[in-house]
Design a protein around this ligand. Structure first.
Ligand code: SF4
Length: 388
C-alpha cells in the first residue's frame, strides 16, 4: 500500500481485509451482501488500465456477482436515504431555531477530527449516519425481513474509496443498531481490484448487469455524494422540495461545484435565503469552522446555515482507498464521470427514488420518525486526542 511503500521504517502498513471477505464468501451458511460507494465506480477501471473517470458501475455489479456475493447493493441508494434524513434535519433546524449551522457528517475522517479538535461543534453535526452505515443497518433489518434471512446469517461488505470507513464501522454503539455489527468488513477500491485480479476476472470485457432490489436503485443526487459539493447539492435539491413542496426546474447548483477549497454561496429558496459553505481538505475545513466560531464568540449570526465538509481533496473521488497517484487532472476526470452519472439519471432528486419512498411506507415511517431515529442516526462526543 501507499503508506507501507512510503514509510521508511515500515511502521505503517495498510490493513487488508480481502482474506476475511474471501472466507465469508466461501462459508456456505453466510448470505454475503455488498455495497459500492459512489466514487468507486469512476476509479476502479484505472486498476485495469482504463481511463480515470470511466463509469464502470455495471461491470462492477457483474464482477461482484462472479466473486460470489449473494446480493449486490449500492451505497448510492443509501445516499438518497441520507438526504431524506439530513435534508429533513436541515429544514427542521432552519425553521425551528437551530442549532445552526448544520454540518455534514458522512466523512469519518472529519467527524473523528471534529470530536478531537473541535468538540464545541458536536451539536452542529448532522446526526444522520453516513450512507455506508445506513445501508449496513438496512441490510440487517429491512432486507433481512423482506428476504426472510436471519440477520445473524448476513455478512455485509462495503467497498469504499476510503481507509477511514474501516474505522467508522465500529466508531460507536450506534454502528450496531441492527443488534449485530451493521457492516462486517469495509474494503477499499484497491482491495476490490485485488480480489478481481485474484479471481482472474477479465474486468475490462465484463458485460454490464443491474443492481439488486431493494437496496439498489439510485438517483443522480445519490451519486454526486462522491465529489466535493455533491452532498450539499443533493441536499438542496430535496430541501427545496421540503420547504416549498415544489420541485426545482434546474437541479444543478454550479456554486458548489469545482475545486476551490471553500465554496460559499447564498441560495434563494423562493425568497428564503440559505447561506451555505462547502469545504474539502482538512485545512480548508478548519478555516470554515474557525470563521463560524469567531462569529459565535462575538454573539453574531452564524455566517452559514449549512456546511458540507470532506477531508479529501476533491471529495471521495480523491479518497485514500482509491487507485494510487491521483493528480488534479485525474480528480477532474473522476469528477466528470460522477456528474455524467447524475446527468444520465432519469431521476435526479432523492425524494423521487421509488425504493426510498417504499422503504418509508413499508418499514421506516417518516423521516426523523421513531424508527428512523433508532436505526439511521448517531451521536458525537468529545474524544481524547491520542485515543479512539
Ligand atoms: Fe473517506 Fe476522504 Fe470521502 Fe472522507 S472525503 S469519506 S476520508 S474518502
Amino acid at each position: 500500500g501507499q503508506c507501507s511503500a512510503h514509510c521508511p521504517v515500515g511502521a505503517i502498513y495498510e490493513s487488508d481485509d480481502t482474506k476475511h471477505v474471501w472466507n465469508e464468501i466461501k462459508e456456505d451458511k453466510k448470505h454475503v451482501v455488498v455495497q459500492i460507494a459512489p466514487a468507486v465506480r469512476v476509479a476502479l477501471g484505472e486498476a485495469f488500465g482504463m481511463e480515470p473517470g470511466a463509469l464502470v458501475t455495471g461491470k462492477i455489479y457483474t464482477a461482484l456477482r462472479r466473486l460470489g456475493f449473494d446480493a449486490v447493493f449500492d451505497t448510492n441508494w443509501a445516499a438518497d436515504l441520507t438526504i431524506l434524513e439530513e435534508g429533513s434535519e436541515f429544514v427542521k433546524r432552519f425553521t425551528q431555531n437551530g442549532p445552526l449551522p448544520l454540518i455534514t457528517s458522512c466523512c469519518p475522517s472529519w467527524t473523528d477530527y471534529m470530536e478531537k479538535f473541535a468538540p464545541d461543534f458536536t451539536e452542529n453535526f448532522s446526526t444522520a449516519k453516513s450512507p455506508q452505515e445506513m445501508l449496513g443497518v438496512m441490510s440487517k433489518t429491512y432486507y433481512s425481513e423482506k428476504a426472510g434471512i436471519d440477520a445473524k446469517d448476513i455478512t455485509m461488505v462495503s467497498v469504499m474509496p476510503c481507509t477511514s470507513k474501516k474505522y467508522e464501522i465500529t466508531r460507536s454503539d450506534e454502528m450496531f443498531a441492527s443488534g449485530y455489527q451493521d457492516i462486517d468488513y469495509s474494503i477499499t477500491t484497491r482491495e476490490l481490484a485485488r480480489m478481481i485480479k485474484q479471481a482472474g476476472i477479465d474486468f475490462v470485457n465484463l458485460p454490464d448487469s443491474e443492481v439488486d432490489s431493494i437496496l439498489g436503485q439510485y438517483t443522480g443526487a445519490g451519486t454526486i455524494f462522491g465529489v466535493t459539493g455533491g452532498v450539499m447539492e443533493a441536499a438542496l435539491r430535496s430541501a427545496y422540495y421540503l420547504i416549498t413542496k415544489e420541485d426545482l426546474e434546474k437541479v444543478e447548483f454550479e456554486a458548489v461545484r469545482g475545486m476551490e477549497g471553500v465554496k460559499a454561496a447564498e441560495i434563494d429558496i423562493k425568497g428564503t435565503k440559505v447561506r451555505i459553505a462547502v469545504a474539502h481538505q482538512m485545512g480548508n475545513c478548519q478555516a470554515v469552522i474557525d470563521q463560524v466560531r469567531e462569529a459565535r464568540d462575538k454573539g453574531e449570526e452564524p455566517p452559514y446555515h449549512f456546511i458540507e465538509v470532506m477531508a479529501c481533496r476533491g471529495g471521495c473521488i480523491g479518497g485514500g482507498g482509491q487507485p494510487h497517484g491521483a493528480t488534479d487532472e485525474i480528480r477532474a476526470q473522476r469528477t466528470k464521470g460522477i456528474y455524467t452519472d447524475d446527468e444520465k439519471s432519469v431521476l435526479r432528486c432523492s425524494h423521487h427514488n421509488p425504493e426510498i419512498t417504499r422503504v418509508y411506507e413499508e418499514f421506516l415511517g417518516e423521516p426523523l420518525g421513531h424508527k428512523a431515529h433508532e436505526l439511521l442516526h448517531t451521536t458525537y462526543k468529545k474524544r481524547p486526542i491520542y485515543q479512539r
